[in-house]
Write a protein that binds this ligand. Structure first.
Ligand code: SF4
Length: 159
């Protein structure tokens, strides 16, 4: 897997203070996409063991308390990204107790493959669906168009 950007401290992509990883690779080609530079799977930088270690260390850094990890892109659920994304979310679950995981994808929840569902079974929230320019609304929180749905899998969250 490659990634485009990594923000070790981010207050925009999801609730609270977070670490955010924008992965490379997206096959949805939504009109009006503002992340077109992330479409190619080999764009950006290799997501290697050192980057995985850095994400885990940042989430556990007591100097800046992060609520959790946001996975965006590109598409974290692109089939070519699944093995590395699954490994990362498993590490967060095992090594970062109390941290949540939010994920943005262009796929809809009901059309996910078993491999994509395995990733989703380990996260706290999935924002799904392609960006639809006709339904775009800058007033929406954490999503770009009104067809996208914020699926919350953990009911004890406070937002
Ligand atoms: S799913 Fe997101 S990154 Fe992919 S084309 Fe659509 S808006 Fe762009």
């Amino acid at each position: 897997m490659h990634y485009h950007q990594y923000y070790p401290v981010d207050v925009v992509n999801g609730p609270g203070t977070r670490a955010t990883l924008f992965v490379s690779g997206c096959e949805h080609q939504c009109r009006g996409c503002y992340n077109q530079s992330t479409w190619r799977l080999d764009s950006g930088h290799p997501f290697d063991q050192a980057m995985s270690d850095r994400v885990i260390a940042d989430l556990n850094d007591p100097r800046i308390k992060r609520r959790g990890l946001s996975l965006s892109g590109g598409d974290p659920l692109h089939p070519a990204n699944l093995a590395d994304v699954l490994a990362l979310v498993k590490r967060v679950r095992a090594e970062c107790p109390g941290k949540d995981i939010w994920c943005w994808t262009g796929y809809r929840l009901e059309e996910l493959s078993p491999a994509q569902q395995e990733v989703v079974s380990l996260i706290d929230a999935l924002i799904d669906g392609r960006f639809e320019q006709a339904l775009a609304d800058p007033g929406l929180v954490w999503r770009g168009s009104s067809n996208q749905i914020i699926h919350r899998f953990r009911l004890d969250d406070d937002v």
